[in-house]
Design a protein around this ligand. Structure first.
Ligand SMILES: Nc1ncnc2c1ncn2[C@@H]1O[C@H](COP(=O)(O)OP(=O)(O)OP(=O)(O)O)[C@@H](O)[C@H]1O
Ligand code: SF4
Length: 311
């Protein structure tokens, strides 16, 4: 099935595990929403689905409708107050294997064909609402999931009837250390071989923001991401420091605003499930995180790049 209601697919890739790919996906999604775009996040990291935890919706389950799975809403489109007025944010929803497994502790030990089939199902059987952007959080490296993703996505987005420019490209995440062992170069070569446009490289965990004085210290070497991006002729989107406030934001949990019909903890919420107070929203809290203005710049560059090619 061609997703004619999704304008842009964006992959988030990394050559190595633990470099902060899911964390970057989360922040890209929140920032796109803050900029007014309607966003979906598809987590195809089958062995370690962490997107439900990042968005504070681990207890949620997807609903099965006759045509496929209904993704889990994180928040609806709404208006948030700002210092000088208000801002309109786009709706955000997620799909992950984590919502389907009976327990989060269930280990997924699947052979290649089962993983391939699951990725295909995620790409065809999710009933996304009309989206400006679908961010796809991938497992590290170039695995079965990647090959299935590329085959299905390239085929789907090239099918007659698909809107042009659907597979907009990939954001590649690295850390200063990952660059040193060149895993990320393999990922960039993978993009080159498969014809995926690299929207840019993000160097994560480059420095540490002190929780006391907000001073940023470069614990590891910094700047390698930019050198490598230049070497491959792809944009460098920026260096993101480690900010303990972001970890706290995720760990303390947030209260999502559930639209009517959402299933939480096995119960379907009625109209009363819709909260009018937005102060518990992750996206609202994220606005006060030091990384938010940084991602505003990163996302603006990516969006401008995509839109210039749409024009
Ligand atoms: N810039 C950052 N500031 C603070 N914490 C961060 C930052 N980037 C990542 N983290 C934290 O580091 C941990 C690992 O990040 P994350 O899960 O995003 O990595 P990953 O690359 O997706 O991992 P995996 O390979 O398991 O999929 C998480 O607890 C996350 O909150
Ligand atoms: S950056 Fe400043 S406040 Fe933070 S640990 Fe160092 S000296 Fe202390």
């Amino acid at each position: 099935m061609v997703h004619t209601n999704i304008k842009h697919f964006v992959l988030v890739l990394s050559g190595k595990g633990g470099v902060g790919k899911s964390s970057i996906t989360t922040q890209l999604a929140l920032t796109l929403s803050l900029q007014g775009h309607t966003v979906g996040v598809l987590d195809i990291d089958l062995t370690g689905p962490s997107i439900p935890r990042f968005f504070g919706i681990e207890e949620s389950k997807v609903r099965q409708a006759p045509g496929g799975w209904i993704p889990v809403p994180v928040h609806d489109a709404q208006t948030l107050p700002t210092a000088d007025g208000e801002t309109h944010i786009g709706a955000l929803s997620c799909m992950s294997l984590g919502f389907i497994l009976a327990s989060r502790k269930d280990a997924v030990i699947w052979r290649g064909p089962k993983k391939t089939a699951m990725v295909k199902q995620f790409l065809t059987d999710v009933l996304w609402p009309p989206l400006d952007y679908l961010l796809i959080d991938t497992p590290p490296g170039t695995s079965d999931e990647h090959i299935s993703l590329i085959e299905n996505l390239l085929r789907q987005t090239n099918e007659p009837g698909a809107p042009p420019n659907q597979l907009s490209g990939a954001v590649v995440v690295t850390t200063p250390q990952a660059i040193a062992i060149s895993d990320v170069k393999k990922e960039l070569n993978f993009c080159k071989k498969t014809g995926i446009r690299v929207l840019g490289v993000v160097e994560n965990m480059a420095g540490f923001v002190c929780p006391n004085c907000s001073e940023c210290t470069n614990v590891f070497s910094k700047g390698g991401g930019e050198v490598m991006a230049n070497e491959f002729g792809v944009p460098f989107l920026g260096s993101v420091p480690i900010d303990p406030a972001f970890v706290q934001l995720i760990e303390e949990g947030t209260r999502p605003v559930y639209p009517r019909g959402t299933v939480v903890g096995g119960k379907e919420l009625g109209e009363g499930g819709q909260a009018s107070d937005t102060s518990g929203l992750l996206v609202d809290k994220y606005r006060s995180c030091s990384l938010c203005p940084l991602f505003d710049g990163i996302v603006s560059r990516v969006v401008a790049d995509i839109q210039s090619r749409d024009a």
